[in-house]
Design a protein around this ligand. Sequence first.
Ligand code: PXG
Length: 289
Amino acid sequence: MQIFLDGEWYSRETAKVSVFDHGLLYGDGVFEGIRVYNRRIFRLEAHLDRLYDSARALALTIPMSLVEMAETVREAVRRNQKEDGYIRLVVTRGVGDLGIDPRKCAKASVFIIVTDISVYPRELYARGIKVITAATRQVAHDAFDSRVKSLNYLKNVLAKIDAQQSGADEAIMLNSAGYIAECTADNLFVVRHGKLLTPAPQDGALEGITRGTVLELAGEAGIHAAETRLTRYDVYTADECFVTGTGAELMPVTEADGRLLGEGKPGPVTRKLTEAFQALVRHEGQALW
Ligand code: PXG
């Protein structure tokens, strides 16, 4: 494995960051999780736009241009000869002292790991997952904009623990007003009366790249899709429900808070969008070699 870290390439054993790095000390940084399918990086530009916007929102200067970053990400995939895999791109505030003052961090740190990913066992894609509503809320959008993909994932970790402790696979996170925001590492969709619905960023959803792709694919398939405010009622009474994320891809949800959803198995809209997604990711964009 070859890992990029601040301009050099390291092995898995030698790639190390400092105990004074503010990414570690304060969660001060941003990241992206990106997929490689069939030697193609899926929507690299969209991921990099989100990364640079997240950094800008945190007044964090990434010490490489977006074009340079794109080329380095491609080089990381080529060096690792990963035809299908996962890229973790992290930018931290860098090394400072023990105060939070970001001005003490002379330069942001950038690292890129290319590896394998499997978020859920394969058989769950045929069966669907169980979700519960987490007691842990997503941070309110008016307090911290949910479009920022930062290194602060403690709420998500707590919500995941809520799920695991009740024997579920994933957790729905509500915002402070009690509306559905998203899941711990995925966006949530429901199908109701033939319409595809998902919460807006204003309700605490990350602007997921997979979410955006699914909205596009729905448009192309003639499925009416909209961002809307959702409550748990919308999930419990949905005809279909699924989550989307770079890690999860499209994962059907067949049980929520102990209630079977729809027919209790992945529905036709979910299956259709999954097929369209799988076809798209294998062939969109240029192969790297
Ligand atoms: N919401 C949150 C909070 C996320 O962290 C998504 C939605 C989906 O966004 P994308 O752009 O991926 O469609 C995410 C993404 C992992 C893993 O290791 C998590 C994510 C992405 C990749 C891997 O569990 N989170």
